[in-house]
Design a binder for this molecule. Structure first.
Ligand SMILES: Cc1cc2nc3c(=O)[nH]c(=O)nc-3n(C[C@H](O)[C@H](O)[C@H](O)COP(=O)(O)O)c2cc1C
Length: 373
């Protein structure tokens, strides 16, 4: 299994399984002299941590991160900073219950990775889903915390905008509300409804999907690349690599297909400050694979959790048809904890694209250009 590395100049390799002793990652390519403490990473891990409400898995993991390498005390600033060498991060798994997964040892959960892992590798760590468990996404969040430091003052925020068939009312959008409910929902009224909705789903032994929106502000124009390194293509790939993600949109996404050329054109004027001013953002902050300077907007659809208490028809390893009920501790809506993971993947892509832009072009060109004499 060799596809465990992400990025070009900001490069992240993760390792570990749900029920192994630990999960971890190596972040390579981080520039030197960036202040970095475990607390900087921990703050983001707290948002993804399991067991924080009745709406997520009850697995109790402290998700305490250790920095094993790549930092040193800087005499000049009296702070711990990155050294430019690989940063290894480790989180111990402390709350495993392998017994809970006996039922899926030889039987495939419909909608999960059990069948495909077995068919591809002929061996599978079934405990908690092994490597296919979203436990791995904790390391994405940890790497994302480092990525954010590289690209500060870029601000990346995520929100849950739909649960099952129920969309939020965008007129109620309030970023402050996101931290005040267990769903990362920017519409307080919708969040109150989601409590009863998700309780009923959970009690019925079922699960539900969600749509998450990530917005990155203060991204300067010029990040990204044309053709095979398109910023939108890399964002889509990174976000799609998150467990259970089945769709990604940038800007208006699929809805853009319904617009006329006039409606879709993000017209440009010269703003009062002399800088270019876009009158709309259907493009989601990216044109030709390169950032425009507008907010970058990405949305992704997360499927409903496949491990459910309602019996589903399936097959076992040995050729028999059977039924499966998945016990154990599962998220009834994995989209909730996917919010910080989505933010992290966007941060990693932007940090990587920033370093690549700096390597090739240095500073972005300034508008307006001087006329030719
Ligand atoms: C944050 C997060 C938590 C998840 N928790 C669960 C879970 O408790 N139970 C489960 O069956 N799937 C869970 N998943 C989804 C599975 O990891 C995923 O469906 C599985 O690996 C198969 O991959 P695929 O859905 O991308 O095809 C979670 C996904 C995310 C992003």
């Amino acid at each position: 299994m060799s596809h465990n590395t992400f990025g070009h100049l900001f490069r992240v390799t993760t390792f570990g399984e749900s029920h192994g002793p630990a999960i971890g990652c190596v972040v390579d390519g981080c520039p030197p002299l960036i202040p970095l403490e475990e607390g900087d990473i921990q703050a983001f891990l707290e948002k993804r941590r399991p067991g924080t409400s009745r709406f997520t898995t009850q697995r109790q993991e402290a998700d305490q991160v250790k920095i094993l390498s790549g930092v040193f005390h800087d005499e000049k600033t009296k702070r711990q900073v990155t050294t430019g060498t690989p940063i290894a991060l480790l989180i111990e798994n402390t709350d495993q219950r392998a017994k809970d997964y006996d039922a899926i040892k030889d039987t495939y959960r419909p909608g999960h990775a059990d069948f495909t892992y077995d068919l591809k590798y002929g061996i599978r760590d079934h405990r908690g889903g092994g490597r296919s468990s979203a436990r791995e996404t904790a390391m994405r969040v940890a790497a994302g915390a480092i990525a954010r430091k590289i690209i500060a003052p870029v601000r990346i925020r995520g929100a849950l905008v739909q649960m099952g068939p129920h969309s939020i009312d965008r007129a109620n959008w309030d970023w402050d509300a996101v931290v005040k409910n267990p769903f990362f929902c920017p519409d307080a009224k919708a969040a109150a409804f989601f409590e009863t909705y998700l309780d009923s789903i959970r009690k019925a032994g079922s699960s539900t999907g969600a749509v998450i929106e990530i917005v990155a502000e203060n991204v300067p124009p010029g990040w990204g690349a044309p053709i095979y390194g398109k910023l939108d293509a890399e964002l889509a790939s990174a976000v799609m690599s998150i467990n259970a993600v089945k769709g990604v949109e940038i800007g208006d996404g699929f809805a853009a297909a319904e617009l006329s050329g006039e409606a879709n054109a993000d017209e440009i004027r010269r703003g009062n400050d002399g800088a270019p001013k876009f009158l709309s953002n259907h493009a989601g902050g990216i044109l030709g694979g390169i950032s425009t300077g507008q907010p970058i907007v990405a949305r992704f659809a997360v499927k409903p959790t496949s491990s459910i208490l309602t019996p589903r028809r399936t097959i076992d390893r040995f050729g028999a048809e059977t039924e499966i009920v998945t016990k154990g501790r599962h998220d009834p809506c994995v989209g909730i904890r996917a919010v910080p993971v989505g933010e992290a993947m966007v941060a990693c892509v932007l940090a990587d694209q920033f370093l690549r832009h700096r390597a090739q072009a240095g500073e972005s060109a300034k508008w307006p250009f001087a006329p030719h004499l």
